[in-house]
Design a protein around this ligand. Structure first.
Ligand code: BGC
Length: 726
């Protein structure tokens, strides 16, 4: 529809109809025979409101969405509904959780994953996904770290951009594309004490320096929607934060499309005790520029009165409704209200071999090898291996936000290993040994067949312990005090490690675990995260050396929860801790443990080894002149005897500036494949805009002076060079 027609449509609408476009309801409002006595009555809205609503969340399936659209259009002929859902790490074909995707250091894989998720979801009638989550995270106690790509500003920005490109393609109206929704604006990942929904306390400088860039990258990539966050920032609930939404998001960052509240977040302005009633909450939210009210009655029950009483101008409603109509128009819904919903396409696309293969590749690249002594890994087909732990036959390898997938489709570790070994599968045995904790029932899990586990371990050349947390112990509302292997599994671990040293620990988790107690008793540790639909096959391929691990940590693995929140790119203190010898009380440190994490950001081993040459710079003075750059090069050689991928990482540090600044920050990376003996030269271009910071006057500028850079395989690399900015 042409813009002029769209404006005419807007002006033809009653105020109730315009406000209707701003309401989002879940599908169950439409399936009850009597909407008003069902969920609608509970929410405090009438049937008319239901049939004026602009969008629906969490209803999926080609048949169902078409039926609902028909039923809706029969009552409301003018404007089709938009269907939205949380398609986070895949729809029916599930990819590794976003934190694991971050560990691939391969944003193109996530672009491919997002595009596959879009194709599948579009065939099932979805128009908008509530993804990507670009929240920066530093505290593994927070359950939602699994939905983020980690603790690094630059890494998150790269992933946010590529995911938006993957979902939206070059035009959301085209077949197989859906609109993306960036969330949660802003700073949700900074929840104090890692407790979900808790307040966020950030200085404006830290907000701008560390938290906003990844959101900005998604906006630059053209993301069509933004979601407000549940938290307060500077003690202001996000959905009521005019400065954040109007000045920063819209004016500064240039976001022009739809801003949606998080689930019930407008009503929660009352729970935050910042609005006394719905009318006040609605006024604060619409003035802040929130277009869609997800699942509350605030807008539909209050906006009309607010206009009538002169509390707000009707132009605020027009502005919001127009943005919603424009989005529907871009999706092509006025011409085809079903968009791509098609039962035939669902049959063709959902879980098709091509999609599963892509998800398996992403999983293989996401595994992080944290330790591998005496080449205990890879396993050999002829070895007798005992696989022990509750993840032997666990179908829940998908992560929390995967409500539309079916666990029956998951390839378990047992299935993956047995199918890999074929006729040699009688070399391996599987024992569960312990159960996973059941939320609300027990916090520890239960010991099961320990004797059998110990027996299996005794009879094996090697033991692979498959331990970790259950899918529902991560994600929204799953903050933890204790981010360790749950107690029953730890007992199992102790029983097995007391009779054999040939132990490989594979960890399934949606967050960095504290593995300090287990580390000395294992020869190898592999972080497998939640690997997705084909996780079992991916794991078999990596454990048996078909593919060498190439993941690098997207979040530091702490030595103890007491270090949290932790991030490698922290500013230095005036009393930086050096080491314990000689002991100096008056340095910034803990008296009962180290400052350093057990495994740092960017770290991950391979079955091969890589040698880095010293850095060469083509010059060591950079000017602020347009287009000026320094080229930094290293040559990386595969010095082992198998092929492997390495993530070459560039870190920068401003030696002196008007405000304190990170000890080092990732500013570039490249993942390269090297055959045994092969070497490649990797080049990074260093430009002035990579050196900018929010200076003492709150300007985003670079400050002349000395800079350091490092290029290596993790955030602790000491392969260093220097240059000067003039
Ligand atoms: C979550 C969002 C999600 C929304 C809709 C909320 O509880 O915070 O991330 O998109 O629900 O399901």
């Amino acid at each position: 529809m042409e813009q002029q027609k769209l404006l005419e449509l807007l002006h033809s609408l009653t105020i109730e109809e315009k406000i209707g476009q701003l309401l989002q309801l879940s599908g169950d409002f439409f399936t009850t025979t009597d909407a008003v006595t069902g969920p609608a009555a509970n929410l405090g809205i009438g049937e008319d409101d239901v049939y004026r609503c602009g969008s629906v969340l969490s209803t999926i399936g080609a048949e169902k969405t078409k039926e609902m659209q028909d039923m809706f259009l029969a009552k409301n002929k003018k404007i089709p509904m938009m269907f939205m859902a949380d398609i986070i790490n895949g729809y029916r074909t599930v990819f590794p959780i976003p934190l694991a995707q971050g560990a691939t250091f391969n944003p193109e894989l996530s672009k491919e994953g997002a595009s596959i998720a879009a194709k599948e979801a579009a065939a099932s009638g979805i128009h908008v996904t509530f993804s990507p989550m670009a929240d920066m995270v530093r505290d593994g106690r927070w359950g939602r770290v699994m939905e983020s790509t980690g603790e690094d500003i630059y890494l998150n920005s790269c992933f946010a951009e590529k995911m938006v490109e993957g979902y939206q393609g070059d035009d959301i109206g085209k077949k197989g594309n859906i609109a993306a929704c960036l969330k949660h604006f802003a700073g949700y990942g900074g929840a104090v004490a890692g407790r979900d929904y808790n307040e966020v306390e950030l200085s404006e400088r830290t907000l701008r320096e560390d938290y906003l860039p990844a959101y900005e990258a998604a906006i630059k990539a053209g993301v069509k929607l933004v979601m407000t966050s549940f938290n307060t920032l500077d003690r202001i609930p996000s959905s009521a934060n005019k400065k954040l939404m109007r000045n920063i998001l819209r004016d500064e960052m240039g976001f022009e499309d739809v801003l949606i509240s998080d689930y019930a977040a407008i009503n929660e302005i009352i729970d935050h005790q910042v609005a006394e009633n719905r009318a006040q909450a609605a006024k604060l939210a619409i003035e802040a520029g929130v277009d869609i009210d997800m699942m509350t009655a605030c807008y539909v029950s209050e906006l009309k009165n607010l206009v009538a009483e002169g509390g707000i101008s009707e132009s605020l409603i027009d502005e919001a409704a127009l943005r919603v109509l424009e989005l529907k128009n871009e999706l092509g819904l006025f011409e085809n209200p079903y968009k791509d919903a098609s039962v035939e396409d669902e049959k063709k696309l959902l879980l098709c071999p091509k999609h599963r293969e892509a998800s398996r590749r992403a999983a293989e690249e996401s595994f992080v090898l944290l330790k591998n002594e005496e080449h205990i890994l890879p396993l050999k087909k002829e070895e007798k291996v005992a696989f022990i732990g509750p993840f032997c036959e666990e179908k829940g390898l998908l992560g929390f936000w995967t409500f539309f997938s079916d666990r029956a489709d998951t390839i378990t570790v047992r299935e993956g290993v047995e199918s890999y070994l074929g006729e040699q599968k009688d070399h391996v045995s599987f024992v569960n040994g312990a159960s996973l904790p059941i939320l609300g029932e027990d916090w520890t899990g239960k010991l099961l067949d320990v004797k059998e586990a110990v027996e299996a371990a005794k009879n094996a050349d090697k033991v692979v312990l498959l331990l970790g947390e259950k899918e529902d112990a991560m994600g929204e509302g799953a903050s933890k005090l204790n981010t360790r292997i749950p107690a029953a599994q730890k007992e199992l671990f102790d029983a097995v490690t007391s009779i054999t040293e040939q132990v490989i620990l594979v960890v399934f988790s949606g967050r960095p675990f504290v593995l300090t107690l287990e580390e000395p008793k294992t020869k190898a540790i592999l972080e497998a995260w939640m690997p997705g639909t084909d996780g079992g096959s991916a794991l078999a391929n990596v454990l048996y050396g078909e593919i060498s691990p190439s993941g690098k940590l997207s979040m530091s693995f702490p030595w103890d929860e007491g270090q949290l929140p932790y991030n490698y790119n922290h500013p230095r203190t005036a009393r930086p801790h050096r080491d314990y010898v000689p002991y100096n009380r008056f340095q910034s440190h803990y008296v009962d443990g180290p400052n350093e994490p057990l495994y740092p950001f960017g770290f991950g081993l391979s079955y091969t080894t890589f040698h880095y040459s010293p850095i060469t710079l083509d010059k060591n003075v950079l000017t602020k002149n347009d287009g000026d750059m320094i080229t930094a090069s290293v040559t990386v050689k595969n010095t082992g005897d198998v092929a492997g991928k390495e993530v070459v990482q560039l870190y920068l540090h401003d030696v002196f500036a008007s405000v304190t600044h990170p000890v080092r920050s990732l500013k570039g990376f490249e993942k390269i494949l090297l055959q045994p003996g092969e070497e490649k030269t990797v080049q990074f271009q260093i430009k002035e805009d990579m050196l900018r910071l929010w200076n003492i006057g709150m300007e985003h500028v670079s400050e002349p002076g000395a800079f350091e850079l490092w290029i290596g395989g993790d955030s602790l690399t000491d392969n260093r060079a220097e240059f000067t900015l003039v």
